[in-house]
Design a protein around this ligand. Sequence first.
Ligand code: KIV
Ligand code: ZN
Length: 505
Amino acid sequence: MTVKIFDTTLRDGEQSPGVSLNAEEKLRIARQLAKLNVDVIEAGFPVASQGDFQAVQKIAREVEGPIIAALARTNFEDIDRAWEAIKDSSNPRIHTFIATSPIHMEFKLKKSPAEVLENAVKAVKRAKGYTEDVEFSAEDASRSERDFLCKIFQAVIEAGATTINIPDTVGYATPGEFGELVGYVCENVSNIDQAEVSVHCHNDLGMGVANSIAAVENGATQVECAVNGIGERAGNAALEEIALALNTRHDYYNQKTALNLQEIYRTSRLVSQLTGMDIQFNKAVVGKNAFAHEAGIHQDGVIKERTTYEIMDAKTIGLKENRIVMGKHSGRHAFRDRLAEMGYDLDREELNHCFKRFKELADRKGELTGLDLEAIVEDQFGQSPELLQLKLLQVVTGNGISTATVHMLKEGEKMLESVCSEGGPIDAAYEAINRVAGLDCRLDIFKIDAITGGKDALGNVTVKVEHEEELFLGRGVSTDIIKASAVAYNNALNKIMAAKSRKGR
Ligand code: KIV
Ligand code: ZN
C-alpha cells in the first residue's frame, strides 16, 4: 500500500511565527519538493495577499510533477482566487475548508451546523466547476461531533470532493483516539470509497507524527505534513519522520510512500536555511545528532556493525558523511561535478562566482567539506539583485569603541559612511549600512553559527530585519564573521528594497 504525501511546508509551514518567504524562495522549495517526489505541494493561500497569490501562480506555472494545491475558505471569492492562481498547473487542486467543531462553529463562524454543511457543499460545487481535483477539510475535525463529521463528508463527496481531510487542527488528539476516529469515518461514510482519506495533524502535544501514522493504520491514504515539522504554533507532523517511520518499519506498517528518500536531507536543510528556522540537534531523522554516537560503547558497536545502534542508514536520506571532499588543487570540472552530485545545477555565471569563492576559501582552509560547498552555493542563491552593494568594509575595534567604514553602491551611486559606536563592531557596521540605505528598519533576529569545526570554519550569519511589519531574511557566509554579519544584513536590506520597488514605493 502507498500513502500519499501532501506537503504543506509552503502554506501551513509558512504560517510559522517569524517565517516569511518570498516568491523566489517558495519556488526553490517547491522545486526541491518535486525532486523529493511528494504527491501534492500545497503552495499557499492565494486570497491571503498579492504576494501569496503570485508565489502560488509561479509554482503552478513552473513546477511539474506533483499536484499543486491552493487553499481557500468556503466563500466564492477565496475559491475563485485559488483557481486563478493554480489554473496553469497541469495538476491543479483546490483545497477548501470550514470548521466543523461546535466550539468553532459557535464562536468563530457564528453559524449553525446546517449552514456550515450548506457552505461546504456549495464551495465544493464551485471548485468542481473549475477542476476535477477538489479537497475538502473539516477544520478542527478531532473536536467535532462524529456524526456531523460523517454527514458533512458524505455530502461533500456527493458534491464532488475527491479527497476529504480530517485535521487535528489544535493538536489535541491522541494516537489511539485519532486512529479510531479515522476508522469511524471510513466505516460510516457510505461513499468514502469515492474519495482519498487524508489527515492533517498538528504537534501541540508532540503527537503529530504518531497521530498521522495511527490514521494510516486505520484507513488514511494521504498524510499532510511539513518539512522539519514547521507550521502553526508547535508545527505540523514532520514529513521526514513519517517517511522514515514508514520506511524503517515497513515490516510492521506494510506501507510505503513514493518519496525519493535520498532528497530528504537536502530538502530539510534548504527549508531550514530559507525559513531561518533551525533544526533542533536531537530532532529525529534530520537533526545534527540523529546519526551521532557519543558513548564509547555505542561507537565501538557501530564500528563493528552499524546496525547495533543505528536503525536507519544516513545514506538513505542523502546525508553523506561530513568527509573532506575537495581541496585547493581541485579544478573547475571536479567542482562542478561535485555540486551536481549534491543536486545543484548552476548556470555559467553562478558557477563562476561559486568557483571563485571556493578557490579563495580553499586557499585559506586547504580542505573543504560538503557543508562548506553547500554554504557557498546557498549564499550565492540567497543574494537578491543588489540595489545596495557592499564594496568595502573596514572595522577597527578595541576598548569598547568600534569604528566601521563602508564603501557602497546604492542603485549605482557611490557612497561612503563611517560610524563610531560604543555598541561593538557589528553594531557600528550595521549603523553605517543603515545610513547608506536610508530605510526605516529594525534588526529582529541575529544568529551566527560555524558551518564546520575549527578556527578557520566558515561563519554563517542569519538575520531577520523588520520593515513595515514584514520580516526579511538575510544570510552571509565568510570566515570573517564581521564580514558575514554585514553581508547578511545587506542581503536583508536588498530584499526590502526589492520588495519596495516591486510595490512601486
Ligand atoms: O490545521 C488545519 O486545520 C488546517 C486546515 C486548513 C487544513 O491547516
Ligand atoms: Zn494546519
